[in-house]
Design a protein around this ligand. Structure first.
Ligand SMILES: [Zn+2]
Length: 350
């Protein structure tokens, strides 16, 4: 009996090590060069600040779709060529289905000076799980930004170009793993939401009309602004990331997130903005909140605001690509663990 236990112990230790070695190999495919190349394009003037419904936002969704296509990563089910179409009113109070909205009403609304309805789209791709394909992890980032004011283009390199390109690199790493027979056991959805800057409307719509059942969505990792440093922290300790929400619904998610970090990139996990009485209330200010409201455990990855937040200075040259790479790797390892662990993440906190 004793020996038997020992064998199991040895077997599980070596399995643990080899799982780690395997994930290391794919994490290495996430590189500073690739992130920077993608971001210099995605946050270039050509995309005109990616304002919801505007031509620059259409270029952004095409850019994302083309990336998935060229990497042979499948479109999510129930999308039209990777796109989930929706309508958003500007300035952004409502979200609805394009097909439930008669053209006459839409035209009337557009003529109304106060309200303009725009067609816009979430973009979604999937890597299907090998063992539990009907359990889903959603990794999200918002693709839109605030557009332009006159001649000034707000590039939104950090907000949320950084999260958008992180998702692309994550998807590519998981795809490589799958191609080599090491794909995730659970399915991973890469969800680029629109209308965030108008009031989290793309993710609100996704929660209204999910591409995959919310009951089977076991976690949401949301990435919004992970490419800079928070000047309030001082620059001597920049290997950090703020985590928000990880301990609100699932102790296992929180525990897993911490363990994975210690074993891998070992960033300082800063919970300052996770405090329940934090006046910034970031927990309710990005897209993960639409998942959390539906009782889905979330982690929000965020490196803080800075002097260029929602300003014309949020440009790709100011991104810390070394930190963006490390933070993206942390998300990769965390997703890898959640996707491959024997027992799935469960809600156990009210
Ligand atoms: Zn943002």
């Amino acid at each position: 009996m004793k020996n038997f236990k020992l064998i199991i112990l040895i077997a599980s230790i070596s399995f643990g090590c080899s799982q780690e070695n395997i994930s290391n190999k794919y994490a290495k495919s996430i590189t500073s060069n690739e992130l920077s190349e993608l971001l210099y394009e995605f946050a270039s003037d050509k995309f005109e600040g990616r304002e919801t419904g505007e031509p620059g936002q259409k270029l952004a969704v095409n850019f994302i779709r083309d990336f998935y296509k060229s990497n042979d990563i499948k479109k999510a089910d129930n999308t039209e060529d990777y796109f989930q179409e929706l309508l958003i009113d500007i300035p952004g109070r409502m979200v609805t289905y394009p097909y439930s909205f008669p053209d006459s009403v839409r035209a009337f609304q557009i003529n109304n000076k106060e309200t303009k309805w725009v067609e816009t789209e979430n973009v979604a791709a999937i890597i299907e799980g090998s063992e539990f394909p009907e359990e889903y992890i959603v990794i999200s980032a918002h693709l839109d930004h605030v557009g332009k004011r006159g001649e000034d283009i707000y590039n939104g390199a950090d907000d949320d170009g950084s999260g958008s390109v992180a998702l692309l690199e994550l998807a590519q790493a998981f795809k490589l793993a799958k191609t080599e027979g090491n794909g995730p056991k659970r399915s991973i959805i890469f969800l680029h939401v629109t209308g965030e800057e108008k009031g989290l409307l793309g993710s609100e719509f996704y929660a209204m009309d999910p591409l995959y059942p919310l009951e089977k969505t076991i976690a949401n990792l949301n990435v919004d602004m992970i490419g800079r440093t928070d000047p309030n922290r001082g620059y001597d300790n920049d290997r950090y990331i703020y985590l928000i929400g990880s301990d609100r619904l699932s102790s296992k998610l929180h525990e897993t997130s911490e363990k994975v970090n210690t074993k891998t990139v070992d960033l300082q996990l800063d919970y300052t903005f996770n405090e329940l009485d934090d006046p910034n209330n970031f927990y309710e200010r990005s897209d993960h909140f639409n998942f959390a409201k539906n009782n889905i455990p979330v982690i929000f990855y965020f490196s803080g605001t800075h002097e260029d937040y929602h300003g014309i200075g949020d440009t790709p040259d100011k991104i810390r690509y070394d930190l963006l790479t490390e933070r993206t790797k942390l998300i990769f390892y965390t997703a890898w663990e959640i996707a491959n662990m024997d027992e799935k993440i469960e809600v156990d906190i009210n």
